[in-house]
Design a protein around this ligand. Structure first.
Ligand code: NAI
Ligand code: MN
Ligand code: ZN
Length: 336
């Protein structure tokens, strides 16, 4: 089988690998579509602290089950599935309270174990979620990125009366806009980015107001309006202090970033407004929820997609994705 392997940091290869056999409790998926995420690029360049090498990358993928391991119902063969990359132990403290995404032995498919930029991938059977026919093959790999927005909004509990502010209009900001508007019916979603092209995508994905903060700070542009719910989907360490300054008293802030740089913020800026701060990593069993949102038409994954490439053009696809945020949002690989 053909697989995209990061042999070591900086070295991306298309390799011919022996076919995979699903272990007990696992399914094998014949992958059909997989989408590129910033973290795939980070693993390629050696900037992902969690990655182990050599690694078949890709954690956003869709295909059909074509073999099952011991103990898995053979009736699953042929099912169309999206695969949750979060593999957890099931018995540690976070697992015991329904938060397998921060399992003490967390393994992420495509990061800690081999992933979906490959003709075949294996995963625990419980991680392979059957999809309704209404979700087309070409869009099914986008369930996973929407689970990030589903996870953070589950903490933030958006209300129709909220005024939301999202920092960043990349794939993460755009999925957040769609979930706030389409699922939670939030009255006003304001989006800030530095790139006009990205702000145009924000508009197309449902933002009510878009603000370019490359020159004029947001505080000046908001004209006194205080967001009640803020999501940092740009993830620069300086944003937390800015968000705390802009937020309404009693507001909530959600953080998605993994920067190792310190950010400086006073207790006063949080406590005087009694702000709630939530962080969110990957997703905790959010696939069924996102699949049902797609089925009901509450979110529109097609609005994120700018490019399709065959798997063999991986290097070109990843380079375009990395270097050209003005024209690229989600780039999807067709594996067959
Ligand atoms: P991206 O790089 O495509 O988008 C970030 C956007 O933020 C860009 O459009 C950029 O122009 C904009 N931006 C940068 N600084 C800004 C600022 N100060 N104000 C406003 N906009 C600003 O990245 P993507 O894929 O959307 O991911 C965003 C972040 O989310 C990344 O840092 C990534 O590590 C993180 N992430 C976190 C996950 C989690 O589970 N916690 C999962 C996936 C991504
Ligand atoms: Mn991703
Ligand atoms: Zn666990």
């Amino acid at each position: 089988m053909k697989s995209i392997v990061i042999e070591r940091p900086g070295e991306l290869q298309v390799q011919d690998r022996p076919e995979l056999t699903p272990a007990a409790g696992e399914v094998r998926v014949k992958v059909q579509y997989a989408s590129i995420c910033g973290s795939d690029v980070h693993i390629w360049h050696g900037h992902n602290p969690f990655a182990r090498y050599p690694r078949v990358i890709g954690h956003e993928f869709f295909g059909r089950i074509d073999a099952v391991g011991e103990g898995v119902d053979a009736a699953r063969i042929g099912q169309r599935v999206a695969v949750d990359p979060v593999v957890s132990c099931g018995h540690c403290y976070p697992c015991s309270i329904g938060r397998p995404n921060v399992c003490s032995e967390l393994q992420v498919i495509g990061v800690h174990r081999d992933g979906g930029f490959s003709e075949y991938a294996v995963a625990p059977a419980a991680n392979a979620y059957t999809l309704p026919e209404s979700i087309p093959d070409k869009l099914a790999s986008l369930v996973e990125p929407f689970t990030i927005a589903a996870n953070i909004t589950a903490f933030l509990k958006p209300q129709p009366d909220d005024v939301a502010l999202i920092f960043g209009s990349g794939p993460m900001g755009l999925t957040a806009i769609q979930v706030l508007k389409g699922v939670y019916k939030v009255r006003k979603v304001i989006v800030a980015d530095r790139l006009p092209e990205r702000l145009a995508m924000a508009k197309a994905n449902g933002a009510d107001v878009v603000l370019n903060n490359s020159e004029i700070p947001l505080a000046a542009q908001l004209e006194g309006e205080m967001p009640t719910l803020i999501i940092d989907a740009a993830c620069h360490p300086a944003i937390l202090a800015e968000a705390a300054a802009l937020a309404s008293p009693a507001g909530r802030i959600g953080l998605l970033g993994f920067s190792g740089e310190a950010c400086s913020i006073t207790q006063q800026s949080l406590t005087s407004k009694e702000l709630s701060l939530f962080t969110s990593r990957l997703n905790s069993h959010r696939f069924p929820e996102v699949i049902s949102w797609m089925e009901q038409g509450l979110i529109q994954p097609e609005k994120l997609v700018t490019h399709y490439f065959p798997l063999a053009e991986i290097e070109h696809a990843m380079t375009l994705f990395e270097k050209d945020p003005r024209s690229c949002c989600k780039v999807i690989l067709a594996v067959e």
